[in-house]
Design a protein around this ligand. Structure first.
Ligand code: ATP
Length: 445
């Protein structure tokens, strides 16, 4: 089943209204395919990255973290092949003058059509021009004397160039992985669909180094493991995910196998993450170009070889969009539409929202603020008294806050507060002295 197409404009509008995502440089008219993450978006993004880092770096002893530079020298990309072949083949439409990627030609009957204006394109006009997607700059004071450098188009290259450094500092045995989260930049041609394909984005990548004869089994393991992570750690509905294994003719020349984890976006099934068995291509290329020995010596077998690498490569921004699409729902409540982001409670930007029932009653405001100050030591909380209770609840539903806590007129007498749960809207009266335990239990399962 395809996700409702109309949901995307609603999500874009919610992101702006509630401070998840803003167009970059908006007061100057915006910057195409570049976005800023607002107060809610920054926290949601951090939560996604934290869960990934915790799962793969903190909770395993076979993967170490890295934070390599974004800006990298030209030889890196000469060796990796990006300078020569990280290109899109572009075509110009003679009717609407728009430029697009050759793979986006629409096949209608036997002719090709422009994906923008749908005008037929004469096969004679299909002479694609190559366009490198990397963003180039210069380091040094005088541009003509300065050395060219590039904003990395993927975080992976910083991992390969540090392979020996990490191995020598940690003395790890294979199989062993290096994980990195960070920004990457591509001068993308087709940039529709909100934050799906942007020119500045973040990746979460692991390069998992293995002996060549263990590559196939590790590749299978990572495909299953990464799918499991989206479902169990992020709470994405299994039905909205599928694995698509690449056919032989789709594979890059060096790749032994590749699978995409696809998500059911409102604009169709699309790649969320790619998992590839890249063989020894990357380390071999860097070893050859840099003239450094990047082979591995296996103490047990007393053999030296170039490790193979399995690469699970995920996009933070695409995961963010998938989470919102998966979680967004509208419900009819007492004749009104309630918009809810049903995010997993451990991923939601705020865990608890705290309100006084009436903002003109100083004793309620004071108690609510004191509870906020106490609870924020253990949970990410937000205090709000800028509207009537119904409005405050609706705001929190829209940003996915799992619990709202209200201090009301009875609180003074019975020493209890009202806790309202996002999904069921059920309300509990909870004694203040038990409130921390109450939330600890809620978040532990
Ligand atoms: P696509 O074909 O969709 O552009 P890709 O196959 O080029 O993606 P990879 O190079 O395999 O992507 O990058 C790994 C992951 O990084 C992707 O699965 C995606 O989640 C993310 N990613 C890549 N390019 C972008 C982009 N321009 N904007 C946002 N995320 C991206």
């Amino acid at each position: 089943m395809l996700m409702d197409k109309d949901i995307l404009p609603k999500i874009v509008s919610l992101c702006k209204r509630r401070g998840f995502v803003f167009p970059s440089c908006e007061i100057y008219g915006g910057l195409s395919a570049v976005w800023d993450y607002g107060p809610m978006g920054a926290v949601l993004k951090k939560n996604i990255k934290d869960v990934w880092w915790k799962t793969y770096v903190e909770q395993r002893d076979d993967i170490a973290g890295l934070d390599a530079s974004i800006i990298m020298s030209e030889p890196v990309f000469k060796a990796s092949g990006h300078l020569d072949s990280f290109t899109d083949a572009l075509i110009d439409c003679k009717s609407c003058k728009k430029r697009f990627k050759i793979e986006h030609l629409e096949k209608k009957a036997k002719a090709d059509h422009c994906p923008e204006c749908h005008a037929p394109i004469n096969p004679k006009d299909i002479q694609p021009r190559k366009f490198n997607l990397m963003i180039k700059t210069h380091l040094g004071v005088l541009e003509e004397e300065a050395k060219p450098a590039y904003l990395r188009p993927e975080t992976a290259q910083g991992i390969f160039t540090n392979f020996s450094n990490v191995l020598n500092t940690l003395h790890k045995k294979l199989p062993f992985g290096i994980a990195q989260i960070g920004k990457a930049f591509r001068n993308e041609v087709t940039t529709k669909s909100f934050i799906f394909r942007t020119r500045e984005f973040e990746q979460m990548e692991i390069e998992y180094f293995v002996p060549p004869d263990k590559a196939e089994e590790n590749y299978r393991y990572w495909v299953d493991e990464r799918r499991r992570w989206y479902v169990e750690n992020l709470g994405i509905n299994e039905k909205n995910m599928k694995i698509r294994e690449h056919s032989r003719d789709e594979l890059a020349h060096y790749a032994k196998a590749c699978s995409d984890i696809e998500f059911n976006f409102p604009f169709g099934w699309q790649e969320l993450e790619g998992i590839a068995n890249r063989g020894d291509f990357d380390l071999s290329c860097h070893g050859k170009t840099s003239k450094q020995d990047l082979t591995y010596f296996d103490e047990k077998t007393k053999s030296r070889f170039m490790p193979f690498v399995i690469e699970p490569s995920a996009g933070v921004d695409r995961t963010f969009l998938a989470l919102l699409c998966d979680a967004y729902r509208e419900e009819e409540v007492k004749g009104k539409t309630r918009v809810v982001l049903g995010l997993n409670k451990n991923i939601a930007p705020y865990k608890i929202a705290i309100f006084p029932l009436l903002k003109n009653r100083p004793e309620l405001v004071e108690k609510a603020k004191s509870l906020f100050n106490d609870l924020k030591k253990d949970f990410v909380c937000i205090y709000d008294d800028t509207g009537a209770i119904g409005k405050l609840y609706r705001r929190q539903d829209e940003i996915g806050t799992p619990f709202c806590l209200t201090v009301d007129v009875e609180t003074r007498e019975d020493k209890k507060v009202t806790v309202r749960e996002r999904d069921t809207m059920q309300q509990d009266r909870v004694p203040i002295e038990e409130i921390k335990k109450y939330f600890r239990d809620k978040f532990s399962n």
